[in-house]
Design a protein around this ligand. Sequence first.
Ligand code: MN
Ligand code: MN
Length: 437
Amino acid sequence: MPDNDKKSETQANDLRDADPVPEINDGTGHPVSRRSFVGVAAMAGASLMSSSALAQSRQQAESGRQGDNASDPGPENTTLLNLNPNSNKPPFTDTGNPAPMWYSFDITPKRLEAGGWTHQVTDQALPSSKDLAGVNMRLTAGSFRELHWHLADEWAIMLAGKARVSLMQPNGKMFIDDVETNDLWYFPAGFPHSIQGLEGDGCEFLLVFDQGNFSEDDTFLISEFLAHVPPEIVQKNMGWTRQEWDQLPATQLYIFEAELPGPLEDDKRFLGSNLETTNQYTFKMSKMPPTTTNTGGMVRVVDSGNFSVSANVAAAQVILKPGGLRELHWHPNVSEWQYWIKGKGRMTIVNAEGKARTMDFNADDVGFVPSMAGHYIENTGDEDLIFLEMFKAPRYLAVSLNEWIARMPDKMAQAHLKLPVSVIRRAPQQKNNCLPR
Ligand code: MN
Ligand code: MN
């Protein structure tokens, strides 16, 4: 054995002790000792292996993707793997094992009721998402999400169809409005509100709550309030007799069918001077021009700057052209919770300690980016990719890596990137949000 192999063997022994796998089949039917296998690999990247037994050289990481190395002769869920080529065979730049960054509404249990359904992605499914949780709900024409309130603020986007929403402020003024696809609403915690599907096919929408552990099963309902107050108290409070109290719902209605409402103007006329007109709890994003547009796509930012009631949730709707790239960036304030509306793409997150993971996303999926972690999103499909970036913050903030490099004086940039200045300056010299194919 050559001398330099002995050095590698020492490292190989360390590795073997840390992770005892006795034999690896080399494909020829002859078992290869892990010692000699790791010895060769260690030699290839010996200089990079001293700090951590798990560290791999770039060569090792790349060779793991060649030949038979990535084959998987045992059982596989090919349906999932085909949806996730970048998780099945991650890019060689992925290292470590950051917390889960993907979930899908389409593998959550649906609560199906006469009148619609609901399902949710909370910190049960994505334990690192402490800031935000999401609920996806459908209401058929006329059906209500029962009058209720909750501990969290509610941000929402209409995904399909139309709804009438109402909210009463503590000062007794009622806000009421109709929303359609791509319109938003924002209901502060504790303010009672309603959602009703309108004519046609009702609606489907996404709710985002500023509590990662929010559960749509855990809300305050008008039915339950009245059902659990002694009838003689209800008689004192409302003047309703015991017989009338008996007709109230004994259990929650939650989602239920009802008659379609009349015109919005009639409801506003009914409210008269009690109609809230100062605070606007809906936002017509369908009519908003993009905040930034370039050849790769467009971004609409909606936060407390243009939607003033949205005090605790900021949002960006991103539309990326096929092959387009949501540029390398991070958010300097909070974690990011994504909802994927249309198309497909992949995202890599790069956390501290070089922990990096890439996954594929499709419509109805949820993505999660830990606070401050660098990331990009690439449209890997052949149609526009549309997704939402959601933040538990009053304002949307993002740092562009290209913009930062552009602001670095030549010597500073060169010292860090080890590239000639002419190459460094070939990169875009400003924030672009969306870069073309
Ligand atoms: Mn609600
Ligand atoms: Mn982002």
